[in-house]
Design a protein around this ligand. Structure first.
Ligand code: NDP
Length: 445
């Protein structure tokens, strides 16, 4: 494999798909050496087959608002690779959604799911629907219309979607309700379900918990822990919420959260009642960052800025892709940050990652650090198959073990001669090998 040639060919075939090309480039660079050392991959055309999705469904999603006005959004499902199990990956509802973003997320998902050690293939889907300001009934009608198309493609043993940005417990409920009606079956076709109808304990907080467990393992390689550490989070959605709870539990102090309009710095720490208050704001579909500074006047709101200018020991970006750039990384390094764990998918730009690596910080890429979400979705699928549910402690313990093992796999494949661990390389190689070997076993498909 020649990475440059491969990228040129892909750019010609998929012009303008910036996020997808960025994600593929990162993986190809990491696996180039091991790929070329194993000629069986080249002769089976593994990489040419891996970079193209198995199939993509696009569809229109018509729905009627509370005033009787008709709207049409676009819906997608990208089934990327099913070599090691049913397609698995979230649905994202956000106005920025397009095919490039979903292909990048679906591609990343292949390796992430492989790292969990569970039998899960990679996929992703979503819509350019904007839930902000919509009533519950509008969201319900949209979800029902979305599922009227999607249901044909998914099933508990073929493709099991979950939540992502803009898709939480409420949306999964509406989607599941419509699937159940159309398919006439009560199965584990979606994960992130309510606890009363097949959901798993810990699933909502699992991605954030997992990211913090992974960061804890990284810190331990330097003889450090979260005790007394200042931590910057971005966003305050599902992932940041779980991360905030776990950082507090492990003795750290969360000092920032953010939204698209700016960030909050709360020197006293964001925990307990403050987290409950944020959850109330989130449930009411409001902006959450600014109101926090009215409710807790010691906290400061910095309009139009990102939290990476605050001096912290650990940064966990949990909002969205490319939210931490080169200058942000330089500021974090200058301020003495020792570890960065990606709670979101690809929040650090390639330039930022270069700065972080050059300065030998501990750096966990999303496909390793945020794999706890999909891993717990895998555990939800197992519980659904068994028609059984595990306790909170059992799920948390399994999640913790999975994160420790992902960390081990990254170290095994990412440690260089001087002992520095390139977790990006480690995660890509470990995730790739399992999928590539499964593809070899199964023939050219
Ligand atoms: P949510 O929609 O629950 O939360 C996203 C948060 O980020 C919101 O607080 C949102 O604010 C904020 N936000 C959005 N855009 C920006 C921006 N440009 N700058 C600052 N803040 C912003 O999503 P999740 O927490 O579920 O997902 C977050 C990330 O984690 C995504 O990259 C997702 O792919 C990834 N992820 C999620 C998993 C999960 O289990 N949920 C699993 C693995 C990865 P507002 O609401 O005001 O727009």
């Amino acid at each position: 494999m020649n990475v440059e040639k491969m990228m040129n060919a892909l750019e010609a075939k998929h012009p303008g798909e910036v996020e997808y090309l960025q994600a593929v480039h990162e993986v190809l660079e990491s696996i180039e050496e091991i790929y070329n050392a194993n000629p069986q991959f080249e002769s089976a055309g593994i990489i040419e087959r891996l970079v193209e999705p198995d199939r993509i469904l696009t569809f229109k999603v018509p729905w009627v608002d509370d005033n009787g006005k008709v709207h049409v959004n676009l819906g997608y499902r990208v089934q990327f690779n099913g070599a090691i199990g049913p397609y698995k990956g979230g649905l994202r509802f956000h106005p920025s959604v397009n095919l490039s973003i979903l292909k990048f997320l679906g591609f990343e998902q292949i390796f992430k799911n492989s790292l969990t050690s569970l039998p899960l293939g990679g996929g992703k889907g979503g819509s350019d629907f904007d839930a902000k300001g919509k009533s519950d009934t509008e969201i319900m009608r949209f979800c029902q219309s979305f599922m009227m198309e999607l249901w044909r493609l998914i099933g508990p043993d073929t493709d099991v979607p979950a939540g992502d940005i803009g898709v939480g417990g409420r949306e999964i409920g509406f989607l599941y309700g419509m699937y159940k009606k159309l398919a006439r079956e009560h199965t584990g076709v979606l994960t992130g379900k309510g606890l009363n109808w097949g959901g798993s304990l810990i699933r909502p907080e699992a991605t954030g918990f997992g990211a913090v467990y992974f960061a804890k393992e990284m810190l331990a390689t330097k003889g450090e822990s979260f005790e007394g550490k200042k931590v910057a989070l971005s966003g305050f959605g599902n992932v940041a919420w779980g991360a905030a709870i776990k950082v507090n539990e492990l003795g750290g102090k969360v000092v920032t959260i953010s939204g698209p309009d700016g960030y909050i710095y709360d020197e006293e720490g964001i925990s307990g009642d403050k987290i409950e208050y944020l959850l109330e704001l989130r449930a009411s579909n409001q902006d959450i960052v600014k109101p926090y500074s009215y409710e807790f006047p010691n906290a400061k709101f910095y309009a139009g800025k990102r939290p990476w200018e605050v001096a912290v020991d650990v940064a966990i970006p949990c909002a969205t892709q490319n939210e931490l750039g080169k200058e942000d990384a330089e500021t974090l390094v200058k301020n003495g940050c020792m570890a960065i764990a990606e709670g979101a998918n690809m929040p650090c730009t390639p330039e930022a990652v270069e700065v972080i690596h050059d300065n030998k910080l501990l750096f966990a890429p999303g496909k390793a650090a945020n794999a706890g979400g999909v891993a717990t979705s895998g555990l939800e699928m197992s519980q659904n198959s068994l028609k059984f549910s595990w306790s909170r402690e059992e799920v948390d313990e399994k999640l913790h073990t999975i994160m420790v093992n992902i960390h081990k796999a990254c170290v095994e494949h990412g440690k260089d001669a001087e002992g520095y661990v390139d977790y990006v390389k480690g995660a890509n190689i470990a995730g790739f090998l399992k999928v590539a070997n499964a593809m070899l076993d199964q023939g050219v498909l």
